[in-house]
Ligand binder design. Sequence first.
Ligand SMILES: [Zn+2]
Length: 222
Amino acid sequence: MRKIKVGIEGNGTVRIKLKKKKKVDRGDVTSMGGAPPLSFATTPNAAGRQGFSIPRHIINQMEIRVESIFRPKEPDVEVVYALTGFGTSVDNLHKFSSNEVVAHATPNMISYAAEKMVEHIRAERVEMPNLIVHIHSHPLGAPALSDVDKESMLKVAARIREMVPDVAVLFGVHAVGSEERRARIPAERVAENRLRWSSITRVHEVAFFDEYAKPVEVSIYE
Ligand SMILES: [Zn+2]
């Protein structure tokens, strides 16, 4: 399912390319299991990336952020948010209004939305963070990257770095299950790059990647 949502705010002109580009900017990066593309090793952002950690109180905010958008008769609304911090840990969650940031429009549209996101983060934080984790939800889906996600991530990371040089940009896919009364299970790491927990109504699973779709290690701290 591919949805295209367009939000125009203020004075901007928005151009949407409906034709899918055949090539992404930095070669074929769609395989997760193979050797990383050559550009991986030379990219300052990704080189030597040792992963990052998330405090539990931020995981609680992630849960609220994603669950708060579910409404009757509107079961699969996507949501985009960002975690920011310094060095290798995040300490802030930023939510964006849904018409500013979209998850599965065309990569060019999502790249445009990345600008709005950076403006938003800049306005919310005293000092511009050097770690930005861009996360979007897959309601009733899996914590895996779609083709649109993979193409978009390269553009979003490049656009963010144009605006904030030397920032590390990572990505997360936040899958959330259907609603059903269940026992709360605290967040735990279920794979190198994946966290899972249950609220009293939904199972959450979040996987993290760099812009080349390579898994990025995540840990939880109290
Ligand atoms: Zn996605």
